[in-house]
Design a protein around this ligand. Sequence first.
Ligand code: PGA
Length: 253
Amino acid sequence: MRKKIVAGNWKMNKSLDEGLALASEVVNIVNDELTNDAIAVLCTPFVHLSAVSKIVAGSDKVFLGAQNMSEHASGAYTGDISADMLNSVGASYVILGHSERREYHNESNAQLASRVDVALEKGLTPIFCCGESLEIREAGTHVEFVSNQLKESLFHLDAASFSKVVIAYEPIWAIGTGVTATSAQAQDMHKALRDVLAAQYGQEVADGTTILYGGSAKPANAPELFAQPDVDGGLIGGASLKARDFVDIIKSY
Ligand code: PGA
């Protein structure tokens, strides 16, 4: 079902104490101030999940997510984390295919397809990231490139399974650079992706899909981005590390 979601991707930031303080502050401000029907997802480093889970437990507005996950169930995969482990610490979302994982860890569309399957099997909601480099944007092939990421990692799913996936469009040139896509660029791409989804799964499924925007989103530009008809929310990096900024983004629908 299409939802308003603002997910904070903490990336490799915050000690445990700092993370707990940030999560507590987010929950407190959300409880005091959030009146719209958006939800927040805190995607913390793995080692913080268990403790942050206790802070968000009981909230119907703030949920817990991981930043990655193995496609394997268990076994000799040193350093990896399984879906069962994420479930056991209370995570309900998992970011898959973030551009930093694709770039620094060579994650492929095929591997991500397996991870999406495992996440869905285990009841986790994948936040599937897609997005093009500046080079591809300048060549004008961005819609084709991102459509292909969806096709290769998601289109093996049947409509019922696909409906459980959240998509995050994150142009790589806008991540952590301070350069945000304009609201028109975001809307154009989100609309194009929704059309691709409609061709594959039908208009009803496409209209029900949550598509988030990510890339230098902040309180100053979130209202305009979220006002676009095909932008359902955000995946927020830098601005999710300050509780006030993060909640102001959630409030900006
Ligand atoms: P940013 O990161 O908000 O710092 O640009 C977004 C992301 O990488 O998810």
